[in-house]
Design a protein around this ligand. Structure first.
Ligand code: MRU
Length: 344
């Protein structure tokens, strides 16, 4: 599944499958401006760390188009790039993509805005295509960790929809199945946005991969009954010591996996590792709109006037992680050394 993020030359726009409406409606959201891109990121038309990185890369191109004709276009463009980079705080891929575009610009200060726009569109297309190849390599790195007959639990959606295609946490599962292994998936529903129930189940079912959805609070029982052999989750940012931020609830799954002796893996591209963030306590945690918790669809489920928590991510300490599956192999503890070596 790769069609969910498309650059349309005819529309000169980024066209996104609107993930708010899956699995029941397949609607498309057209981004022609930086305002559209930021809206798509904030309301989660597109979500998942690598997918928002790819979206941000195209957003930089649209930003360059938008400043065309502005006399003082360079500061105006720099401000738009910052707007994109700060649309969501936790996933480092957003900033990674914008910083990549800025670095390319710095190499060509002589470019007119037209030249820069063309150059950035070409760069965004490379980022887009490379993301799929990276996910496939994550699959190859992780496939051998899975045994024939395993049931793998995952939390949130770190699949094709969260990337340009193929996925991160779902990549080793797809690759193990391609090797001929029989693998089943348990998708935790992932309150409140329901990425597991709506998105992971949607894409795996579409691809004929056996999947069952479990309520988030069923995790302990399923593990206690021996129904889970491995856990693989994605990540939004991995600190230099291996602490990994992922969707809220992931930390609890990791603690339970430890209790029941189940290997817990994080799968992510190297671009999700942030060597500048020393440990997980320094990763900013997005605090989203209360409405995602107070309502399910249009139905209010909490009393008027009652406050809620809606932190979107938590941080799993490195000590609970058996391995970090990347496109460059599986990192194991001590992570500080393994990550430093990767960035040398
Ligand atoms: O809020 P989201 O849906 O963008 O959060 C996504 C996750 O937490 C994913 O598990 C993570 O980004 C890995 S995506 C390959």
């Amino acid at each position: 599944m790769t069609e969910h993020i498309q650059y349309s030359p005819d529309k000169d726009a980024l066209v996104l499958l609107d993930q708010r409406y899956l699995p029941t409606r397949e609607e498309w959201f057209v981004c022609k401006t930086v305002k559209d891109i930021c809206e798509a990121l904030v309301v989660m038309v597109v979500r998942g760390a690598p997918a928002i990185g790819v979206t941000a890369a195209y957003g930089c191109y649209l930003a360059a188009r938008e400043v065309a004709g502005t006399p003082d276009w360079k500061p105006a463009l720099a401000a738009k790039l910052e707007q994109i980079a700060s649309a969501r705080p936790t996933a480092v891929n957003l900033r990674w993509a914008v910083r990549l575009m800025q670095a390319e610009w710095a190499k060509h200060p002589e470019f007119s805005f037209d030249e820069l726009a063309d150059f950035w569109l070409a760069t965004a297309r490379v980022v887009h295509v490379e993301d799929i190849a990276t996910c496939e390599a994550i699959g190859r790195s992780g496939a051998d960790l899975l045994d024939d007959g395993d049931t793998v639990m995952t939390h949130c959606n770190a699949g094709a929809l969260a990337t340009a295609g193929y996925g991160t946490a779902l990549a080793p599962i797809r690759a193990a199945i391609a090797q001929g292994k029989s693998i089943q998936v348990i998708a935790n529903e992932t309150r409140p946005f329901l990425q597991g129930a709506r998105l992971t189940a949607y894409e795996l079912h579409k691809d004929g991969i056996p999947v069952k959805v479990a309520c988030d609070n069923a995790c302990a029982l399923l593990m206690q009954r021996g129904l889970v052999q491995k856990v693989i989750v994605g990540a939004d940012r991995i600190a230099a010591n291996g602490d990994a931020a992922n969707k809220i609830g992931t930390f609890g799954v990791a603690l339970l996996a430890k209790e029941f002796g189940i290997p817990f893996y994080v799968a992510a591209p190297v671009s999700t590792i942030d060597p500048e963030t020393a440990d997980g306590s320094l990763i900013p945690i997005e605090d989203r709109t209360p409405r995602e918790v107070t309502h399910v669809g249009h139905t209010q489920i909490t009393p008027d006037g009652v406050g809620v928590f809606n932190f979107a991510f938590d941080v799993t300490p490195a000590r609970l992680i058996h391995g970090i599956i990347t496109e460059r192999g599986v990192l194991t503890a001590p992570y500080t050394e393994a990550i430093a070596k990767l960035f040398k």
